[in-house]
Design a protein around this ligand. Structure first.
Ligand SMILES: Nc1ncnc2c1ncn2[C@@H]1O[C@H](COP(=O)(O)OP(=O)(O)OP(=O)(O)O)[C@@H](O)[C@H]1O
Ligand SMILES: [Mg+2]
Length: 214
């Protein structure tokens, strides 16, 4: 198994209220999966991805990645890449600098040819010198996708990656995902688009912090 969650609980305290964003989720996801995660707004999809990426810790339960218990993000840093729902581009860095930033903490060099190839695939090669504030929503999203795909990883976590994309760009991204999947990469994609979800191998439905069907 690539991923095993056992009775995973994640709580947030917002003022007086406690939210159980993940309310005891048990889940197994196999190697080389292509999974869609569906569910209404606020049901815990982004929380699930943040846990799987190691950006946040469970309050209760257990997370195993490739058989190993995840205690911190050390195990995951070079194995997982995240495409964020809100892009997470740093405002004071250019697009090119944003794309190359993960090479520092991943300690992975990006070959110039690779930077060019991924940028061309996503149609952002003309945007390298721009600042994020000078980009459209879809351009930001494509930059966030490129930043994730530049680096070698075993698992791509994609949080509504086509949310701000037009149809052509959405189809282009799905073609890239299909290629990566055929090369052995695992992909977990949150989406509200049923047609895209149906192109995945498996659909996980969430509601209110629970997995209701898989
Ligand atoms: N940092 C936080 N502090 C407090 N509550 C939070 C925090 N992050 C998320 N939540 C709450 O946890 C629940 C799950 O949020 P999450 O972002 O995982 O939902 P989602 O399924 O990704 O929704 P959407 O489709 O709108 O992106 C929501 O009720 C949300 O308000
Ligand atoms: Mg979300």
């Amino acid at each position: 198994m690539l991923i095993e969650l056992n009775k995973a609980v994640k709580r947030y305290n917002s003022g007086e209220m406690e939210v159980r964003a993940l309310d005891g989720i048990s889940l197994q996801i196999e190697q080389n999966c292509f999974v869609a995660v569906l569910g209404p707004s606020g049901c815990g999809k982004s929380t699930l991805l943040n846990i799987l990426a190691g950006y946040e810790k469970l309050d209760e339960g257990e997370y195993r990645f490739a058989g190993q218990k995840v205690e911190d993000d050390h195990l995951l840093r070079n194995r997982v890449a995240m495409i964020f729902q809100d892009h997470q581009l740093l405002e004071y860095l250019s697009v090119r600098e944003n794309l190359l930033l993960p090479s520092l903490y991943r300690r992975q060099r990006v070959e110039p040819a690779r930077l060019k190839q991924v940028s061309r695939q996503l149609g952002i090669e003309g945007l390298w010198k721009r600042m994020p504030s000078q980009l459209s929503g879809g351009e930001k999203q494509r930059c966030g996708i490129a930043r994730a795909l530049l680096y070698d990883c075993r698992l791509i976590l994609a949080d509504e990656p086509t949310g701000s994309l037009d149809r052509a760009n959405g189809q282009a991204l799905m073609a890239i995902f299909a290629q990566l999947h055929s090369e052995g990469c695992s992909i977990i994609m949150v989406t509200h688009d049923r047609q895209l979800a149906e192109r995945c191998q498996r659909i996980i439905r969430m509601e209110d912090g629970h997995v209701i069907a898989q």
